[in-house]
Ligand binder design. Structure first.
Ligand code: HEC
Ligand code: HEC
Ligand code: HEC
Ligand code: HEC
Ligand code: HEC
Length: 371
């Protein structure tokens, strides 16, 4: 089983869709607000119509504003320490170089005191690149079976050190072919502690330790054996208790040459388990996540409530010489006809909010009589 300590979740954010509300639009699109911004007073115009589109003033959002689409593509990542450490580096992969992200760090010490570092903004491509790069693998030393817990379940803790920030991966198994792996390739530290759960009693486990540095240089240490029939003195359980929350050192960000991946170094004044949260920051302005593009607003939205087929075909342009759309009727890019080519969207003074008399003659507005 491979334990994944670092995962990427694409999920619809739990924040509710931005219901900007009716008066949200009114503020700028009616009365004084509209005048100040040089916009048309949409509300007054709607009030003046003989026929209004039902609920038009309550449904501004529904027809105009981007909703879940963008939220669903918001990226949230989380990385968690493997162990209580003073200093560690998290690798954050898969970000878009030019998007803005929010980074937030939470840390907890062994006594359970917590500290949160408020979110800060980051654009990956603007993060500094380390001015050096090495091709020397890390040195792995002081490898030991630090602890062997023999309760109902047996677990062993391997500990080692490296001379530079490196990842912690342990492969293990009952034969030298190993087979299982545990640890993380995305959290880097100098002291490494990996706990292997679910071991069997009275067995010998072969282990291989791998540490990779920030530049991808890899060291492997073989020959460690965990004998679950033996006693290991073990470290004393942490007894001390304090009420002083950990103080964070500087959170530093960097990249390494040739990659857009982000490294985040988190240090503190005592050993902590840290959790790093990375969230795509979505800019919300007065139009929420943005206005719907014309084709969506003028066709897709309408069809949601008015099944197509009852009306004239849309999404098409004049292809033959037998139709010409007069230039005063609105079309979208490429001369494509939409629902609002013939209907005003908010309401109007004719039945069906028609832009022209909807008698039979309307057809010949565009359909040229064939000779
Ligand atoms: C803070 C002021 C403000 C608020 C609030 C606001 N808008 Fe706007 N809106 C503007 C401005 C300014 C423009 C013109 C510039 C632009 O396109 O961004 C505009 C443009 C628009 C347009 C495009 C107009 C055109 O001629 O194509 C639509 C549609 C629109 N807003 C709808 C809405 C809706 C619906 C709401 C409420 C959900 C809303 N607005 C809320 C300021 C605002
Ligand atoms: C039934 C859907 C629908 C509703 C409800 C609706 N609109 Fe529109 N509105 C449209 C469409 C379609 C257009 C054409 C421009 C476009 O594609 O965005 C439009 C155009 C506009 C424009 C551009 C100026 C104009 O009159 O052409 C503004 C501003 C606007 N709407 C604001 C609002 C506000 C504010 C509300 C709520 C009071 C609202 N709309 C409600 C569909 C709607
Ligand atoms: C939220 C649902 C909804 C959306 C979105 C919507 N409509 Fe409507 N529309 C209605 C309802 C409800 C009526 C009144 C009942 C009816 O006659 O169908 C109506 C009525 C109309 C009428 C007049 C029908 C009549 O018999 O008087 C026209 C024309 C119309 N809508 C066009 C549009 C266009 C064009 C769009 C897209 C810009 C649109 N609607 C978007 C719900 C919607
Ligand atoms: C080429 C012009 C044209 C276009 C484009 C058009 N319509 Fe119409 N629409 C009409 C005419 C004409 C009528 C009146 C039909 C009648 O009198 O039976 C009508 C009637 C309607 C009605 C009211 C009658 C009914 O069947 O409920 C609705 C609602 C409507 N259209 C919605 C839409 C929607 C939604 C679209 C886009 C998918 C659209 N129309 C595109 C011309 C058009
Ligand atoms: C705003 C201009 C306009 C109006 C008004 C209009 N049409 Fe069209 N119509 C078109 C265009 C553009 C096409 C696309 C066909 C082409 O040019 O190849 C089309 C296509 C059609 C088609 C499908 C034919 C095909 O080849 O895909 C039918 C049916 C049709 N129109 C019927 C009508 C009727 C009936 C009326 C009157 C109620 C009407 N149209 C009013 C612009 C219009």
């Amino acid at each position: 089983m491979r334990r994944v300590f670092f995962f990427l979740v694409l999920l619809a954010l739990s924040i509710s869709s931005p219901s900007i509300g009716d008066d949200g639009c009114e503020r700028c699109h009616s009365g004084e607000g509209a005048k100040r911004l040089g916009l048309k007073d949409v509300y007054r115009e709607i009030d003046s119509f003989r026929f209004q589109h039902p609920d038009v003033k309550k449904k501004c959002d529904e027809c105009h504003v981007e909703r879940r689409l963008k939220e669903a593509s918001v990226k949230r990542l989380r990385a968690v320490s493997l162990d209580y450490l003073r200093d560690q580096v998290f690798l954050v992969e898969g970000l878009s170089p030019d998007r803005e992200y929010l980074l937030e760090v939470k840390m907890v010490d062994r006594s359970g005191n917590r500290t949160s570092i408020p979110p800060s903004k980051v654009i990956p491509s603007k993060v500094k690149v380390l001015p050096y790069k090495d091709s020397i693998p890390p040195v792995i030393r002081d490898v030991e079976v630090e602890d062997l817990k023999q309760g109902v379940f047996i677990e062993a803790t391997l500990r080692w050190e490296t001379d530079e920030f490196s990842s912690s991966l342990v492969e293990y198994g009952l034969t030298p072919r190993l087979g299982e792996r545990i640890g993380s390739e995305r959290v880097f530290s100098l002291t490494h502690r990996v706990t292997i759960p679910g071991l069997a009693r009275g067995k010998r486990y072969y282990c291989r330790i791998t540490s990779r540095d920030l530049f991808g240089n890899v060291s492997v240490f073989e020959g460690v054996v965990i004998d679950t029939s033996k006693k290991v003195k073990g470290v004393k359980a942490f007894k001390g208790r304090d009420r002083v929350p950990p103080r964070a050192g500087k959170i530093s960000l960097f990249r390494v040459e040739g990659s857009n991946d982000l490294y985040v170094r988190v240090s503190a004044d005592e050993d902590v388990k840290a959790t790093l949260f990375v969230t795509e920051s979505v800019k919300m302005d007065e139009h929420g996540f943005g206005l719907l593009p014309p084709r969506k607003a003028q066709i897709d939205v309408c069809i949601r409530c008015h099944p197509q087929g009852v009306s004239h075909p849309v999404g098409i342009r004049s292809r033959s010489g037998s139709t010409v759309i007069p230039p005063d009727l609105p079309t979208i890019q490429g001369g494509v006809m939409t629902c609002i080519t013939c209907h005003y969207p908010h309401g109007g003074n004719r039945r069906y909010f028609a832009r022209m008399e909807m008698k039979r003659a309307i057809c010949i507005t565009c359909h040229i009589e064939r000779k």
